[in-house]
Design a protein around this ligand. Structure first.
Ligand code: ADP
Ligand code: ADP
Length: 226
């Protein structure tokens, strides 16, 4: 687990578009922070900067006290879950979850223990031999989360992970993510444009508009405010 600290963070793309301006907030150890706001307000850009996938124009991002961009990508202890799942189509569920650990040279027995544990938590135990095409959308999304969980990262980053699912599944997955968060207590930053999803998931809500932070607080505090 690790605190995520943003100080004066801004991003201007090469073309001159300023996507993010002077963002400051701290996600405490183990908290679930949701970035919410309309399309184009800079949420993904901010998340990618936290992930170290995008250069930062101004300010700094610290994860566990270390400046993100000063840490080699392979050393970054971050796992990201995407909207499009990004599963390897030719690999089994087991191998999709094991892939990142194998790349890091994790011992085989340890990989098996972690994959089985994640599969149990995510109710994927019966599906380990299947290929992604043999899974439902919700199951695929759970595999994508499993792949993040097995790494036991310091920080989880989620980029609109539920937006490709139908409404019913989205509600169900919200509950699952919340339950998972309570049991893992890993510091998380989650991006969505869906206000209800944001309210349901967040310990800490960061409301963005036009590249700036408009409000920060616990969901109920923001909700109660006139
Ligand atoms: P959100 O995730 O809230 O929809 P984004 O971070 O994707 O917002 O985009 C914020 C702004 O930055 C938008 O105006 C978008 O067009 C612009 N933008 C995003 N990515 C790029 C890019 N690679 N190059 C130039 N402009 C970009
Ligand atoms: P290798 O080291 O050659 O990848 P493994 O024994 O790790 O061999 O895996 C062989 C295949 O068996 C993998 O492709 C994987 O899909 C499957 N597999 C391995 N362990 C499990 C498991 N615990 N549950 C289901 N499938 C597994």
């Amino acid at each position: 687990m690790a605190e995520v600290v943003l100080t004066g963070v801004g991003k201007t793309y090469a073309g001159g578009v300023t996507a993010v301006t002077d963002v400051e907030f701290t996600v405490p150890d183990g908290a679930f922070c949701v970035l919410v706001g309309p399309s184009g307000c800079g949420k993904s850009t901010l998340l990618r900067m936290i992930a170290g996938l995008e250069t930062i124009t101004t300010g700094t991002v610290l994860i566990g006290g270390r400046v993100v961009n000063a840490v080699e990508p392979a050393e970054r202890d971050i796992a990201m879950v995407f909207q499009n799942y990004a599963l390897y189509p030719h690999m089994s569920v087991y191998d999709n979850m094991a892939y990142g650990l194998r790349n890091r040279g994790t011992p085989k027995a340890e990989i098996e223990t972690r994959v089985r544990e994640a599969a149990r938590v995510l109710e994927l135990g019966e599906l380990l031999a299947r290929k992604p095409r043999q899974l439902s959308g919700g199951q695929r999304q759970r595999v994508a989360m499993g792949r993040a969980i097995v790494r036991k990262p310091q920080v989880f980053l989620f980029d609109e992970p539920l937006s490709n699912l139908d409404a019913k599944l989205r509600v169900q997955m919200r509950v699952e993510i919340r339950r998972l968060q309570r049991s893992l207590a890993t510091t998380s930053v989650y991006v969505t444009h869906d206000q209800l999803e944001a309210m349901t998931l967040a310990d800490m809500l960061v409301v963005m508009n036009k590249g700036r932070v408009e409000q920060i607080g616990a969901p109920l505090d923001l909700y109660r405010r006139p």
